[in-house]
Design a binder for this molecule. Structure first.
Ligand code: ADP
Ligand code: ASP
Ligand code: MG
Length: 402
């Protein structure tokens, strides 16, 4: 008998028919004698719809605590419906909200981090023979307020439970049958991988491959939880995410796209020591994660600093910059939401000098202009116009994998 954690995303539970499909998958493994904990997301586009409702009330600055109060409702609906479906199939079941399942988080509303899982309740329910259905994406902070873990956070809930309960398996069911070299819905010739290393998966997820949330991969690596990404609609093996893979080290593992990129240029800063420190220190105080940074060469005593943040953090970044005005002067703040980041990922590119030029050539051949470039040992990213982003991914994928 094994303890299996199964996570189903929004598309897998989008309506009654899909909820019953999930219930059948769960019951099948339960009847083989396994203990089962299921983590579910909100149905279909529920979370987006809830956010749209908040925007109707206050588009600019809805209270983050209340956003969490709102968004956690989505998962409450799906856990109760799935529990009803499992009950109808004749198996004992109980649904639990995040806090009932023992999730304690910090107080960073809409982007909270899990601090601890008190597993007592889950253990009790399993010992009673119940299948447990847990609401993903949510927890409770030390003030007993509801929190959420950031978009796509149900993956993290599942991995956290698998780690805390020392589960034998953690399966992430979704609407594609595994992890591909690029988004299989958008890129012709994308190839399914049987196995992928944590580090490469983490890089892909961080750079926009939404199939797994990056924090979930980070946590899986930290606690050595092997993941399987598989389809909820077809019964076939998916992709295993783990530390050591059998596959030969290829040059490029995959191509990812992130359309949630905002560039902010702080124009006409004084060209003197401490400016960059003060600017990024302020961004850190506002909890803004900065990605790519570019500083112009100083001229006539001034310089520009451009950095990128996610769309989500744009407002906080602008507020941080506006609050700087009293500290030091700059001439202008330019914000651009129309760029996307295209990245190639692979542990093998480190020792291969031709990779960057091959990527840039593919973009040149497709007549796509590059605005910014950033590299590390395992990835190369470029910023390009969003309207060309699908074409860019296809061109780069064709050059390396297709
Ligand atoms: P869920 O609702 O199950 O959490 P998501 O929409 O978050 O599902 O993630 C699944 C989607 O991720 C797929 O439908 C696919 O379009 C997209 N995706 C992006 N990059 C990849 C990739 N490299 N491999 C597989 N799927 C990918
Ligand atoms: N429902 C949440 C979201 O849409 C969490 C998740 O799907 O993982 O982001
Ligand atoms: Mg997801």
């Amino acid at each position: 008998m094994a303890l299996i954690v199964k996570k189903f995303g929004g598309s897998s539970v989008k309506d009654a028919k899909h909820v019953f499909n999930v219930a059948e998958i769960v019951v099948e493994d339960y009847k083989k004698g396994n203990d089962i904990i299921v983590v579910v997301s909100a149905q279909g586009d529920t979370t987006d719809d809830l956010i749209a409702k908040a925007v109707e009330i206050n588009a600019a600055t809805p209270l983050k605590r209340e956003m969490d109060m709102l968004m956690t409702a989505g998962e409450q609906i799906s856990i109760s419906l799935l529990a009803m479906a499992i009950d109808k199939l004749g198996c004992p079941v109980i649904s639990l909200l995040g806090w009932q399942a023992g999730f304690s988080t910090d107080s960073h509303h809409t982007k909270a981090r899990i601090k601890k899982i008190n597993t007592e309740r889950m253990k009790t329910e399993l010992s009673k023979g119940n299948i447990i259905v847990v609401a993903g994406f949510q927890g409770l902070n030390k003030y007993d307020d509801l929190t959420t873990l950031g978009r796509g956070g149900s993956d993290t809930s599942a991995v956290a439970i698998a780690a805390a309960m020392s589960a034998d398996r953690c399966q992430i069911y979704t609407d594609v049958d595994g992890v591909y070299t690029a988004d299989p819905r958008k890129v012709k010739g994308a190839v399914k991988m049987d196995e992928v290393q944590y580090d490469e998966m983490l890089e892909m997820a961080t750079l926009g491959a939404q199939v797994l949330n990056n924090r979930s991969v980070e946590m899986a690596k930290k606690y050595n939880v092997e993941l399987e990404v598989l389809s909820s609609l077809e019964r076939k093996p998916g992709t295993i995410v783990k530390e050591h893979v059998k596959m030969e080290k290829t040059l490029i593992r995959g191509v990812a796209k992130d359309t949630s990129v905002t560039t902010i240029s702080v124009v006409g800063l004084k060209d003197q020591p401490g400016v960059a420190f003060k600017l990024f220190n302020k961004l850190a105080q506002y909890k803004v994660n900065v990605d790519i940074i570019l500083q112009s060469v100083g001229r006539h005593g001034t310089k520009d600093i451009t950095f990128t943040v996610s769309h989500e953090q744009m407002d906080d970044a602008i507020k941080a910059m506006e609050s700087m005005k009293g500290v030091f002067a700059y001439q202008d703040l330019k914000v651009n939401n129309g760029l996307s980041k295209i990245s190639i990922v692979g542990a093998g590119m480190e020792s291969n000098p031709g990779v960057a030029s091959k990527m840039f050539e593919a973009l040149y051949d497709a007549d796509i202009n590059i605005h910014m470039i950033s590299t590390s040992e395992t990835k190369i990213s470029v910023l390009i116009d969003t309207e060309l982003s699908d074409k860019a991914v296809q061109a780069v994928h064709d050059a390396f994998i297709g």
